[in-house]
Design a protein around this ligand. Structure first.
Ligand SMILES: Cc1cc2nc3c(=O)[nH]c(=O)nc-3n(C[C@H](O)[C@H](O)[C@H](O)COP(=O)(O)OP(=O)(O)OC[C@H]3O[C@@H](n4cnc5c(N)ncnc54)[C@H](O)[C@@H]3O)c2cc1C
Length: 392
């Protein structure tokens, strides 16, 4: 059953995100994603507004990236990532591929924040190369029996279900080279342990074992055999969300650095009156603006056209550049604080610094983004012939 909600206005997004973040006390020792944040966003109609208001297959992507930026400015990075895993990765797949009644029901509950989903793809043996995964889906009379280990499942300690990337086996259990994405209730899986991480502590990331977990055929997300493609569809939404979060996080860091440069005096003048610092802040502001604009442009394009190879490559480009720039921008903003930037009890920069690094790894590493972009590199023979004439 869905909640009776009126979809919120776009202008209300900031206040609703703040209300969701305020619904939980964030103590520094937090190690698990706080579910009430997603419940609050779901109950306020924010997730339905993201997916059901624009009349496009991709929903209101612009609203989605704004949500990522807002969260990055108002909550620990782990919360922003957890929300986007559910709202962008999982819900994009359930909207695109959730044809069965079972998946439609799951999607409804996920939209209301009543069921939380996560992604279980990476394994000890298959990370960048997802086609190498060995978690097996053996066909049964009614569906699948799933067995294997997933090494990194973010949200896994608190979620209700995971979309699991599996290698399809024959009925006799012999692995094939085909894959499937399958929604699996996590109550039927075993959480082996939670990883200790450098940052993003407000997001749990766990090792999960599946031991002959039986699910019905209608839990198959998209066509069996196209599992890696299906997952890549969802990962594109996650990559754009990560770029949006980096843009939002950098905007927060720059705003803090500008304010500090207003307040702090050295050599008889405010820091921002030293031209080198003012120019550095201006550079940081300019790069953050460009990042944010690129994210919004691509979000608009994702609403108006299909997610084809070209758009996937453009999303990979913005994710790559955001992740690399984010690391540098946070460091430069931290520099404006001098010593306090390095003191985690005095400023949040140590946390920003530890959190930002995962954006170069999660949803595909920098190198995998480069591989995607390389696939779409095309020369221009007409332009070449017109402008280039190399003597022999
Ligand atoms: C905090 C955290 C949360 C995560 N959450 C999830 C999650 O929720 N769900 C999930 O499924 N996964 C998750 N992951 C896994 C993440 O997506 C993988 O770690 C990532 O894709 C890289 O895989 P890997 O660790 O196996 O590295 P590897 O694939 O072993 O790569 C190691 C290095 O080699 C490079 N490399 C690999 N192949 C090539 C190549 N052909 N050419 C050039 N360079 C190459 C990589 O870019 C990387 O730098 C998470 C990881 C972390 C750290």
């Amino acid at each position: 059953m869905t909640l009776e909600t009126t979809l919120p206005a776009s202008d209300d997004l900031g206040a609703l995100v703040q209300k969701a973040v305020d619904s939980v006390p964030f103590d520094p020792g937090i190690t698990r994603f706080p579910r009430p944040v997603l419940e609050s966003l779901g109950q306020a109609g924010v997730l339905r507004r993201r997916w059901e208001s624009a009349g496009t297959g991709a929903g209101d992507v612009l609203f989605g990236v704004r949500m990522g930026e807002e969260l990055a400015g108002r909550a620990p990075a782990g919360v922003a990532i957890g929300v986007s895993l559910h709202t962008e990765t999982v819900l994009s797949m359930l909207h695109r591929f959730g044809a069965s009644d079972y998946l439609a029901g799951l999607r409804d509950r996920a939209l209301d924040g009543l069921a939380v989903g996560c992604i279980a793809a990476s394994e000890p043996r298959g990370g960048s190369d997802l086609s190498a995964v060995s978690c097996l889906a053996v066909p049964t009379a009614t569906g699948w029996s799933i067995s294997g280990r997933k090494k990194y499942v973010s949200l896994g300690a608190v979620a209700d279900f995971a979309i699991v990337l599996c290698r399809i086996a024959t009925a006799a259990g012999v692995p094939t080279d085909r894959h499937a994405t399958i929604a699996v209730p996590l109550e039927r899986a075993t959480i082996v342990h939670e990883h200790e991480k450098l940052g993003t502590h407000a997001l749990d990331t766990v090792v999960v074992d599946f031991e002959q977990v039986e699910v019905d055929r209608d839990a198959t997300v998209g066509r069996a055999g196209l599992g890696v493609l299906n997952l890549n569809y969802g990962l594109s939404f996650e990559r754009l969300a990560i770029a949006a979060q980096v843009a939002g996080g950098c905007a927060t860091a720059v705003a803090l650095a500008v304010e500090h440069a207003e307040r702090r005096e050295q050599f008889g003048r405010r820091l921002r009156e030293h031209q080198y610092i003012a120019f550095r802040l201006a550079e940081l502001k300019a790069e953050t603006e460009v990042l944010s604009s690129a994210v919004r442009t691509i979000a608009g394009d994702l609403m108006s056209g299909p997610l084809d190879r070209v758009l996937m490559s453009r999303i990979a480009s913005v994710k790559l550049c955001a992740a690399r720039a984010g690391e540098r921008l946070i460091s430069e903003a931290m520099q404006v604080f001098g010593g306090p930037g390095y003191l985690p009890r005095e400023t949040p920069f140590g946390q920003f610094w530890n959190d930002i690094r995962v954006s170069r790894i999660g949803a595909g590493t920098d190198e995998m983004m480069l591989a995607i972009i390389t696939d779409s590199l095309r020369g221009d023979p007409e332009l070449y012939d017109r402008l280039v004439s190399i003597s022999q």
